[in-house]
Write a protein that binds this ligand. Sequence first.
Ligand SMILES: C[S@@+](CC[C@H](N)C(=O)[O-])C[C@H]1O[C@@H](n2cnc3c(N)ncnc32)[C@H](O)[C@@H]1O
Length: 201
Amino acid sequence: MAFTFFFRDSHTLERAVDFLLPQVSGNSKIKVWNAGCAMGPETYTFAIILAERMNQYAFNNVLIEASDIDETENFGRILTEGFYPESDLKRLPEGILGKYFVNSERQGFYRVVDKVRSRVNFTKHDLLTLKPYGSGYSFIICKNVLLHFQPEQRIEVFKMFHSVLLPGGLVTTEQTQNLPDECSHLFKSMATDAHIYQKIG
Ligand SMILES: C[S@@+](CC[C@H](N)C(=O)[O-])C[C@H]1O[C@@H](n2cnc3c(N)ncnc32)[C@H](O)[C@@H]1O
């Protein structure tokens, strides 16, 4: 099972939303790609952060396309169904459990509320094919994935991200992942306290 948890590095996701919201204000469609989403805690964390910071009308325009190589063949089902064991939800910030999860018919499991689940899709996708999953993204989240790749592969993945982002679109990576020098003409850094890059061009 991939290592992941709810509200992991939520500071970076919150900072990205600071930059994202003014850019997408008034858009009828706001597409986000969560590449290497594992079984969904990161995807739903980001969706919940957006739900907390957008009005319902604007939030309904959000589509988060979650993807993973999913070697277990299980992530898509877990993410789409949105059932998570109580033990996974122990460290949620105050107030989030009651607002975004409901007791489910499955003993010991909570389910992500429909309002949030309906904003998320899953597709199995291997980043190293370098074939983009989609296009027209305002934001790409790819955290704790690139560290598994070779330096040349990271460069190609960043180039692919650049090709599918809207002008001014954002990408975020794990805290240990610097933008490769070979991509410095493609993205500029947006923050000193989080790895968030904005597409140039
Ligand atoms: C450590 S988990 C990170 C999950 C989540 N992004 C987070 O930060 O909590 C790494 C994920 O990357 C996925 N992954 C690894 N290689 C991949 C590839 N080539 N294409 C897509 N996903 C990949 C793994 O299946 C795993 O779910």
